[in-house]
Design a protein around this ligand. Structure first.
Ligand code: URA
Length: 230
């Protein structure tokens, strides 16, 4: 929200008093004096007025998890263990998943409490590449690549998928780069050729690559470079 709105929501300040505090340089955000009424603040901002703390600002938290097969990408589930069960962190209810993986898909899953950041990562219009390693039941034929590059029509959503890149590794495995995340997208794309996906693993999302030192079920905090890369 805008900083002037944040200030005028305080019981002790009305709109005019909030604006005056701003223009007279009495408001600091993250330690810096801010005069601009339209300056954006959020739950992570530390906000002070006359050096008195108004909001401490929560710590933004970002993790990468190596999701194992058989663990559900949800925060709660009646039947299966969830990815949040794998995290040994306080206040887990504040965390959410930046994109999901199917129960039988493994690989990179990102978990955070920063909704704005995770939206950028997952919105189709941000078009970040997500790389999957795919194993199939039938041989993968070279002509799939042109079909995936052109886009496939998904009748249920009434849309054509964005161009995707296929790099064939061997007869039954390939790397597929998607720039969006539709429901069961990889399986449906190979399903177009009646070729069942029997193994699916996400290697990267944008500039964030699954750390090879993480065994299935392990996780770590993202580095500042990884956070800034998306
Ligand atoms: N596409 C799928 O079909 N499943 C996933 O888990 C991710 C992408």
């Amino acid at each position: 929200m805008r900083l002037d709105r944040f200030l005028s929501n305080l019981p002790a300040l009305n709109r005019q008093a909030g604006r005056l505090a701003l223009t007279s340089g009495r408001v600091k955000v993250d330690g810096q004096v801010v005069n601009a009424a339209q300056f954006e603040v959020n739950q992570f901002s530390r906000i002070e007025l006359d050096n008195q703390l108004l909001q401490a600002g929560k710590a933004a938290r970002y993790f990468m998890l190596h999701k194992p097969v058989g663990v559900v990408s949800a925060t709660q589930h009646e039947e299966h263990r969830t990815v949040l069960d794998l995290l040994d962190e306080p206040d887990k209810t504040e965390l959410h998943l930046a994109g999901r993986l199917d129960l039988n898909t493994s690989g990179l899953l990102i978990i955070t409490n920063d909704g704005l950041w995770s939206r950028r990562l997952t919105e189709p219009r941000s078009r970040l590449g997500k790389v999957y390693r795919v194993h199939t039941e039938q041989p993968i034929e070279p002509h799939y690549a042109a079909v995936f590059a052109q886009g496939l029509y998904f009748a249920y959503e009434d849309l054509t998928t964005l161009p995707a890149e296929l790099a064939i590794l061997d007869s039954h495995s390939a790397l597929l780069t998607l720039h969006e995340g539709r429901y069961h997208q990889v399986k449906r794309m190979f399903g177009h050729f009646q070729n069942k996906v029997i193994g699916l693993h996400r290697l990267s999302m944008g500039g964030i690559h699954l750390d090879p030192s993480l065994a299935p079920g392990q996780y770590r905090a993202l580095t500042a470079e990884e956070i800034a890369s998306c």
